[in-house]
Design a protein around this ligand. Structure first.
Ligand code: B12
Length: 336
C-alpha cells in the first residue's frame, strides 16, 4: 500500500465516521513498524488538512467535518494507548489560547512531545489566561506550548504569553494564527516558535530553555483604534447588517440561516480588523479577505457581497485612519 493510498483510505474512513475501521487501520500500521510520529503528523495531520479543504470548498458539511475530526481524535487516543514512553526530560504544559477551539493540532503536538520523553500536561481548547497561570504555579513546567490557529485570537495569545513569561516560564508558540514563519509570535514576545510538531520536538530537545528576554517586552500593543473597534463590535456589526439590504439587495431574499451566516461573516470582518490593528499587520486582514472570498465563492456568494460588507464597516470608521487603511487593503483583494 503506498503512502497516497493509505492517506486516501484514511480520509475515506474518517469521512464515513467509521472510527472502528480507522483505529484498526492505524493500529495495523503500528504493528507493521510505521513510527507513530509519521502516523500522527503525516496521516492524521495530512487528512485533517484535506478535511479543511473539503469543507472550504463546500464539498463536506460542517457536520461531516466535525464527525471526521472526532474520529481523528479517537485515533490519536488509540495511538497514545498503544505506545509507551517514560518521561526522561522535563515537563511541558500544552494549551490553546482563550477562544481557540482547534484542540486536535496541539493534541498531536502533545503526543509527539510525550513520545520524545516529555511529561505533558495537555489542557486542550480555549484555556483562559488566569487559569493557565494558576496551573503553571501548581505544576512548574519547563515550557508552555501555546497554540493559536486563528489570528483573531492574537490579542488573547499576547496576554497569555505575557502572563506565562511573567511567571518565569518560557513560551513556545505555534499554529497558523501566528502568521507566516510565526512572525507575529515574536512580535508578541514568545520565546520561540515552531511550524509544526516535529520542529517543536527538535527545538525543545536542542536548546531549552532559551535565554529569556525582558518579560515586559511589548506588554501592550492595542492602541485607540484597536480599542474602539473592540468596544464597538456589536454596533459595527448591527449597523452594517441593518444597512446591508440597501447596498446588496440580494440579502432581502435570504432565509434566517443565510442571515445568521452573514452576521457571522460580518463579525469575522470586525474581529480580523481588530487583530490586524493589534499587531499592525494589514496582512492578517488581506489574508482573511482572500480566504473569505474563496469560501463564499464555493457557496455561490459573489464578491460583491463581501465588498458591500467591507464598505459598510468602513463607513462607520471614518475617523480611524489605520482601520481605513487596513480595510482598503482588504478591499483590493475583492476589487473585481
Ligand atoms: C477540525 C477543524 C475545526 C474544528 C476543531 C476541533 C478540534 N477538536 O480541533 C472546529 C469545528 C472547532 C473548528 C472551528 C473553526 N474553524 Co476550523 N478547522 C479545522 C480543520 C479542518 C482541521 C484542524 C486540524 O486538526 N488540523 C490538523 C493539524 C495537524 O494541522 P496543522 O495546522 O498542520 O497542525 C500543526 C501546526 O499548526 C502546529 N501547531 C499548532 N499549534 C501549535 C502550538 C505549538 C506550541 C507549536 C509549536 C506548534 C503548533 O503543529 C501542529 C502539528 O504538527 C482546519 C483545516 C486545517 N488545514 O488545519 C480548519 C481551519 C483551521 N478552521 C478554520 C476556521 C475558519 C474555523 C472557524 C472560524 C469556522 C467558523 N466559521 O466558525 C471556527 C473557529 C473556532 C475557534 N474560535 O477556534 C480555517 C482557518 C482559516 C483562517 N482564515 O485562518 C481552517 C484552516 C479551515 C479552512 N480550510 O479554511 N475548526
Amino acid at each position: 500500500m503506498t503512502a497516497t493510498t493509505t492517506q486516501t483510505d484514511f480520509l475515506e474512513l474518517i469521512g464515513d465516521g467509521d472510527e472502528y475501521a480507522a483505529i484498526e487501520m492505524v493500529l495495523g500500521l503500528l504493528d507493521d513498524g510505521v513510527p507513530p510520529q509519521r502516523i500522527l503528523v503525516d496521516l492524521i495531520g495530512g487528512a485533517q488538512a484535506q478535511v479543511g479543504a473539503l469543507w472550504a470548498a463546500d464539498e463536506w458539511s460542517i457536520a461531516r467535518e466535525h464527525a471526521a475530526t472526532a474520529v481523528s481524535e479517537r485515533v490519536v487516543s488509540a495511538i497514545a494507548a498503544r505506545t509507551t514512553a517514560r518521561p526522561t526530560r522535563g515537563r511541558v504544559t500544552i494549551a490553546c489560547v482563550d477562544g481557540e477551539w482547534h484542540a486536535l493540532p496541539v493534541r498531536i503536538l502533545a503526543e509527539m512531545l510525550r513520545l520524545d520523553g516529555w511529561r505533558t500536561d495537555f489542557l486542550g481548547a480555549s484555556v483562559p489566561g488566569p487559569h493557565l497561570v494558576t496551573h503553571l504555579h501548581q505544576t512548574g513546567p519547563d515550557a508552555v506550548a501555546l497554540s493559536c490557529m486563528l489570528a483573531t485570537r492574537l490579542p488573547r495569545a499576547h496576554a497569555a504569553i505575557t502572563a506565562c513569561r511573567s511567571a518565569g516560564i518560557p513560551v513556545i508558540a505555534g499554529g497558523r494564527g501566528f502568521g507566516p514563519g510565526g512572525r507575529y509570535a515574536q512580535h508578541l514576545g514568545a520565546d520561540a516558535w515552531a511550524a509544526g510538531a516535529e520542529e517543536a520536538v527538535e527545538r525543545l530537545a536542542a536548546d531549552w530553555p532559551p535565554p529569556m528576554r525582558d518579560p515586559q517586552i511589548s506588554a501592550f500593543l492595542g492602541d485607540d483604534e484597536y480599542t474602539y473597534v473592540v468596544r464597538h463590535r456589536p454596533a459595527l456589526i448591527g449597523t452594517a447588517m441593518g444597512r446591508l439590504a440597501a447596498d446588496y439587495p440580494a440579502v432581502r431574499h435570504y432565509d434566517q440561516r443565510q442571515l445568521d451566516a452573514t452576521a457571522e461573516d460580518m463579525g469575522h470582518i470586525v474581529d480580523f480588523l481588530a487583530a490586524a490593528l493589534y499587531v499592525s499587520e494589514a496582512k492578517i486582514f488581506t489574508d482573511f479577505v482572500a480566504w473569505t472570498r474563496e469560501v463564499l465563492a464555493a457557496r455561490g456568494v459573489p464578491p460583491a457581497a463581501l465588498r458591500a460588507g467591507l464598505l459598510l464597516v468602513r463607513g462607520q470608521l471614518r475617523d480611524y485612519p489605520a482601520a481605513l487603511a487596513v480595510i482598503d487593503a482588504g478591499r483590493a483583494e475583492v476589487a473585481q
